[in-house]
Ligand binder design. Structure first.
Ligand SMILES: Cc1ncc(COP(=O)(O)O)c(C=O)c1O
Length: 463
C-alpha cells in the first residue's frame, strides 16, 4: 500500500508491497529520495519517533533503517538526535532541481506549456487529412531540408503579416522545435570560426547548454528594466535574445535598444537570434513587430508552434539571413534532415485556411481572462507580491518580499501541491531575488481556479 509522508517541504513515498519488509521499503524510499535530489544534502530528517508516528511504523524499524543508511553513506549524524542527508556523489542536488514541480504536484502552474486541452484537435485532424489527400507522390520522397516549399511560403506570408518579418520562402528553415534551430545556428557559426554567443543573464539554462554543446562559449549580458543592456554586449559572433517578452522577466527590449542591437550586430559581423517564442500573445497593447524587420541581414527570427499550438508539434521556423542559409542547411542534412512532410503540409493548410489565426484569436481572449483572474487573486490575498511581465505571453513573474528564503518558498508550495519555477532557476550569472515564475496557461480550464487559490494560499503563508 503506498503511503506518502510530507514534512518540512519534502515528500517521501513509501510503497509497502507484499513480500517487502517495512524496513527495506523505508530504506528504498529514502535512498530514492536522496539520489533524485528530493532530499538534498544537508536536509535534516525528522526524529525516528516522529517519522515512525507519521508512517505508522514502529520506532525500531525507523531506527534500523536510519542505521543502515548511515552505514551506506546516504545519511550522516552529528549527534544522537540530528540525522541529515549526506552529500552523495551523483545525486541530483536541490540547485539542479530548482523546479517545485519535482514534487507531487496537484496544481501545475509551472511555465512552459500552453493549455493543451485547448489544442484544436478537430481542425488539426482535418488539416492532416487534407495533407494526406493532396500530397503528391513526390512529396513522399526525401524533401528539401529547409522544409516543404508550401509551408515555407505559408510561413513567410504569415510572419510578414503577423510579426513584421521581412523574408521569403527561400530563407525559411523549418526545424524540429526552437532548441533544434538554436543548435543548428550555433553549429553553423562555429563552423565558420565563431567562438562566442552572448546570452541574457536570465533565461533557459538548456538553451545556453545547446549553444555550448555546439562548441561556442556563452557570455552573459546584464538585463535591466528595458531588457538587454546592449551597451554591455561583448565582441561575439551572435546574441540570443527574447526581445518581445523576456523570459523570465517579461520586459520588452526598449525601442532605442532594438536599433542599437542591430548596430552592434552590423559592427561585429554578428547575428542576432530573436527568440519570439510567445510573440502571438500580447494583451494590452499592439503587438511589437519583430526586430528582424529592421535588419533581415543581421537577425535570425525564430518562431515556434510550442506555445501557439502545442510543444508536441515539435515544429519551429527560422527566417535566416542569406549568408547563413547554406551552412545551416548543410548541418540539417547531416542531422534530422527535415521535418515530417505530412505535418508540414498540414501546418501550411492550417495557416492558409485561417485556422491558426482563429485559434490564436480565441486563445488570446482565453489567456487574457486567466491572467486577469490571477492578478486579481494576487492583489486581493497577497498584495505584497509584485507581478512582472503581465502584458504578454503565458507566464508571469512574481517578486516576493526581500528576505524570504528559497527553501521556504519551495516548502510552502510543496505543502500546497503547487508546481511553479523558482526565479533562481533562470539566473545564469547573478543571484536572483526571491521570486517565482508562474505558467498561468498550464492547467486545463476546470482546474485553474483551484490552482490559483492554492497558489495564493501558499504565498499568504510566506508574506
Ligand atoms: C524562451 C523560449 N524559447 C523557445 C521556446 C520553444 O522551444 P521549442 O520550440 O524547442 O519547444 C520556449 C518554450 O518554452 C521558451 O521558453
Amino acid at each position: 500500500m503506498p503511503k506518502s509522508w510530507t514534512s518540512g517541504g519534502f515528500e517521501l513515498h513509501l510503497d509497502l508491497e507484499p513480500g517487502v519488509g517495512r524496513r527495506a521499503a523505508l530504506e528504498r524510499s529514502l535512498r530514492e529520495a536522496i539520489r533524485s535530489g528530493r532530499l538534498a544534502a544537508g536536509t535534516q530528517l525528522p526524529s525516528s519517533r516522529a517519522l515512525a508516528a507519521d508512517l505508522g511504523l514502529s520506532r525500531g524499524t525507523v531506527v534500523q533503517a536510519y542505521e543502515q543508511l548511515l552505514a551506506e553513506g546516504y545519511l550522516t549524524s552529528r549527534s544522537r538526535t540530528h540525522t541529515e542527508v549526506a552529500a552523495v556523489p551523483g545525486a541530483r542536488t536541490r540547485t539542479q532541481s530548482r523546479s517545485t514541480s519535482n514534487f507531487s504536484v496537484r496544481y501545475d502552474l509551472a511555465p512552459g506549456n500552453p493549455d493543451v486541452s485547448q489544442f484544436p484537435r478537430s481542425t488539426w485532424a482535418s488539416a492532416l487529412r487534407h495533407a494526406v489527400t493532396v500530397a503528391a507522390d513526390d512529396d513522399l520522397r526525401y524533401g528539401d531540408p529547409r522544409g516543404h516549399p508550401e509551408l515555407r511560403r505559408a510561413l513567410a506570408d504569415y510572419l510578414g503579416r503577423v510579426r513584421g518579418v521581412r523574408t521569403s520562402s527561400q530563407a525559411i528553415v523549418v526545424c524540429t522545435g526552437f532548441t533544434n534551430g538554436l543548435r543548428l545556428i550555433s553549429a553553423a557559426l562555429r563552423e565558420r570560426g565563431g567562438r562566442t554567443m552572448a546570452v541574457e543573464d536570465f533565461g533557459l539554462s538548456f538553451h545556453a547548454e545547446a549553444i555550448e554543446h555546439a562548441g561556442l562559449r556563452t557570455e552573459t549580458v546584464r538585463l535591466d528594466d528595458d531588457g538587454l543592456v546592449v551597451d554591455e554586449l561583448p565582441q561575439a559572433d551572435g546574441v540570443l535574445v527574447t526581445a518581445s517578452h523576456q523570459l523570465p522577466w517579461g520586459t520588452r527590449l526598449h525601442p532605442a535598444r532594438r536599433g542599437a542591437l542591430v548596430d552592434w550586430a552590423r559592427d561585429n559581423n554578428a547575428v542576432v537570434i530573436e527568440d519570439d517564442y510567445d510573440g502571438e500573445f500580447r494583451y494590452d497593447r499592439q503587438p511589437i513587430g519583430a526586430i528582424q524587420g529592421l535588419a533581415p541581414e543581421h537577425v535570425i527570427y525564430a518562431g515556434t508552434a510550442s506555445k501557439s499550438l502545442a510543444p508536441a508539434m515539435r515544429m519551429a521556423w527560422l527566417a535566416v539571413p542569406e549568408h547563413l542559409i547554406e551552412p545551416i542547411v548543410r548541418i540539417r542534412l547531416l542531422s534530422e534532415r527535415q521535418c515530417p512532410t505530412f505535418e508540414q503540409l498540414a501546418l501550411a493548410h492550417l495557416v492558409d485556411s485561417g485556422g491558426l489565426d482563429r485559434h490564436l484569436r480565441r486563445m488570446r481572449t482565453y489567456y487574457r481572462k486567466r491572467r486577469d483572474y490571477l492578478l486579481s487573486a494576487l492583489a486581493t490575498t497577497v498584495p505584497q507580491v509584485r507581478p512582472f511581465g503581465i502584458a504578454a505571453g503565458l507566464h508571469i513573474t512574481l517578486l516576493l518580499p526581500d528576505g524570504i528564503e528559497e527553501n521556504d518558498v519551495q516548502a510552502v508550495l510543496t505543502d500546497h501541491g503547487v508546481g511553479a519555477h523558482l526565479l533562481s532557476a533562470y539566473a545564469r550569472r547573478r543571484s536572483a531575488p526571491p521570486g517565482l515564475v508562474i505558467g498561468y496557461a498550464t492547467p486545463p480550464g476546470h482546474a485553474y481556479p483551484a490552482a490559483v487559490q492554492a497558489l495564493v494560499t501558499a504565498l499568504s503563508k510566506l508574506v
